[in-house]
Design a protein around this ligand. Sequence first.
Ligand code: SF4
Length: 345
Amino acid sequence: MQHNPHWTLRQAQALFDKPFMDLMFEAQTIHRQHFDPHQIQVSTLLSIKTGACPEDCKYCPQSARYNTGLAAEQLMQVEQVLTSAQKAKAAGSTRFCMGAAWKNPRDRDMPYLEQMVQGVKAMGMETCMTLGMLSETQAQRLAAAGLDFYNHNLDTSPEFYGSIITTRTYQERLDTLGKVRGAGIKVCSGGIVGLGETIADRAGLLVQLANLPEPPESVPINMLVKVKGTPLAANDEVDPFDFVRTIAAARIMMPRSHVRLSAGREQMSEQTQAMCFMAGANSIFYGCKLLTTPNPGEDQDLALFRKLGLNPQHHHTDAGDVQRQQQLAGELLTADTAQFYNAAR
Ligand code: SF4
C-alpha cells in the first residue's frame, strides 16, 4: 500500500473546522478517486467468546466490571463457528469476522483459533479476528493459518485514552498493530465517537491512524452505543453532523482505506447514514446484532441500499462462488443466531 502523507493535528483539526459543504465535497471527491461510490463492502461478525472481559473499557457491555446483564460465554467450539460461517457464506457474506472478549488470547486457545481461521478460509471466505492484544508469535501463527485481517481499535486520541481505558496502554495497542502488520496480516483499526472526547481528540485519533507506517486497510468509525450499566450510559448524544464530519475527515486522511460505518447505526436515521456514505464510508457490518448491541435489521439495510442505489461489494473467491454471489447480490445476509451482527467495512 502506498503511504499517505504525514498529517499534523493542526491539519486534521482544520478539516473539522471547514464549512460542512466544503468538507463533504472534498471527501466525496477523494472517495471517487479511489473507490466506486456505489459499492459498499459488507461483513458479518460472530462473537466467538462473549462477555467476562477483564479490561475496563468504559463503553463496553462485555467488561466483567460493569453489570449490564450480559450472559458470559466460553470460547465457541470450532464446529459451531464453522457451521455459522457456512450459513453466512450461503447467505452471501464474503468476509467472516470472529470476535472474542479477551485481554489477549492464551496460548492454549491458539490451536482452536487456528482451526477456525483455516476452516473459514477453506470455504473461500476472507477471515478477520479481533481477540485483544497479540504476541508476535501469536500474530505469526494466525497469519500462517491464513488470517487476512486483524481488528484492534485505538478508540480515541492518546490524550483522552486514559479517561476511557486504564487496563491497557495506548502504546500496547500500537504495539499489537505493529505485530499484526509485521506478520503480514491486514490491519483494521478505528475508534469511537461519543465517549466525551473533544473535536481535537477526534482529530488526534485520525492523525494516529493516518500516520501509522501503513494506514489501516480498514477504519471502523463507531458511534457510542450507550448501554445501561456501563459508565458512559448517560453520555450526551453526538450531533449527527459531527459524526459525519469524522467520517469525512477519515476519508480525506486515509483515501485508500475502507472507512466502515460500524456500531451505532441502529440509532442513526437513514438520512444520517446516507450522509455518512456521501462522506466516504464504504463498508458496514450487516445483520441484526453487532457483537452484543443491536444493529439495523437486514430488511432496513436492504431498503436503504435500494433507495440510495448502493450495491454490496463482493470479493472474488472461487469460480463457484461468483455465480452464487451473483444470485445472492441484493439479498445480503440473513442473520440466523443472536450472535450475528452486521456492520460495514
Ligand atoms: S472493548 Fe474489548 S477489550 Fe474492552 S472490555 Fe470490551 S471486549 Fe474487553
